[in-house]
Design a protein around this ligand. Structure first.
Ligand SMILES: C[S@@+](CC[C@H](N)C(=O)[O-])C[C@H]1O[C@@H](n2cnc3c(N)ncnc32)[C@H](O)[C@@H]1O
Length: 306
């Protein structure tokens, strides 16, 4: 919130027109008015949008904030705006479809030469050891309960994008980061990492963590990196693997992590190959949130006419 506020006060000029996408109760719309905006279009898909006019009124900005309840992709504004604010940042930055929202808003709602808050995103990933979290969220499905096995559920659990906070001690290697994704120029919502990690300590590989670093405006940034002492106290995205793999320094983890967007739904795909000191592959994993969606193969097969 502080980073958004600082960016708004840096970027918004007297008389600017702003689109606050993902407005919630309109807190950033209020900030934009306080910074001098002449008009703010507050767009929010959730029913909380119905409260925005009252809150705008209570704070003396009823004449400047116009609320739209709906999804940004389907909202047309009466004019193009100087600034788009997009606040659907999530544990891995792009999970709530921030990139598609921004690409669409830039094409339809933003004036040429306009500004977007945040201005850029950088995503990072790293192999991790998270023993108790893994035990609780994935491995426990292998424990019989009341004498029955629920082991079949483990495969689904290991195909979920999970979330938790982790410390830097959980990292098994030096993280790898994407290039800066400049929101004024990004053309695709696809995210793709094809990276190799060199394991740096003895431990157990449980999967990957993903986090973001956002540049809100020049000199204003925020993020949830476990390496940043001033990071937001937010969860990170966790991409687990189905079985833990003991690793040691010199082992290599070859990772392919991708976000594929189809009809505005993100599917995460994460593959890992682990190589020992001799370069021999000791484990291979292929995971995706599609596999974890519980749209089972049986259902898909049933849909296919015989
Ligand atoms: C993290 S909240 C931020 C709320 C508020 N702007 C703030 O800073 O506290 C993100 C909001 O974006 C909304 N949202 C996400 N995608 C949206 C979209 N495409 N169109 C409209 N609202 C969206 C969600 O419903 C949620 O209320």
């Amino acid at each position: 919130m502080h980073a958004y506020r600082d960016a708004i006060f840096q970027v918004v000029r007297q008389g600017d027109v702003v689109a606050d996408i993902g407005a919630g109760l309109g807190v950033l719309s209020l900030q934009a008015c306080a910074a001098g905006a002449a008009r703010v279009y507050a767009i929010e898909i959730d029913a909380v949008a119905n409260l925005i006019p009252d809150i705008a009124n209570t704070n003396g900005f009823a004449d400047r904030i116009v609320a739209y309840k709906g999804v940004s992709f389907e909202i047309d504004l009466p004019e193009r705006v100087d600034i788009v604010i997009a606040s659907m940042l999530d544990s891995f930055g792009v999970d709530s479809n921030l990139l598609e929202v921004v690409i669409d808003a830039r094409r339809r709602l933003l004036k040429p030469g306009g500004t977007i808050i945040p201005s850029a995103l950088q995503l990072s990933v790293c192999p991790i050891e998270v023993t108790s979290f893994y035990e609780e969220n994935v491995a426990r499905w292998s424990q019989p309960r009341f004498g029955f096995s629920f082991g079949d559920a483990r495969r689904f659990a290991a195909n979920q994008r999970l979330c938790t906070r982790i410390q830097r001690e959980s990292l098994l290697a030096t993280p790898k980061s994407s290039d800066q994704i400049e929101l004024l120029f990004v053309e695709s919502a696809a995210v793709s990492f094809d990276v190799d990690f060199l394991i740096e300590r003895i431990g157990v590989f449980h999967g990957f963590a993903g986090w973001f670093d956002a540049t809100m405006a020049a000199g204003v940034r925020c993020g949830n990196s476990p390496l940043d002492a001033h990071a937001l106290p937010w969860a990170l995205s966790i991409f687990p693997v189905e079985h833990p793999v003991p690793v040691q320094p010199g082992y290599t983890v070859k990772a392919r992590i991708r976000a594929v967007t189809f009809q505005r739904e993100i599917t995460w795909v994460w593959n890992a190959q682990i190589f020992d000191l001799a370069g021999v592959p000791i484990a291979v994993f292929k995971h995706s949130t599609f596999e974890g969606s519980l749209i089972t193969r049986h259902e898909l097969v049933r849909e296919i006419p015989q």
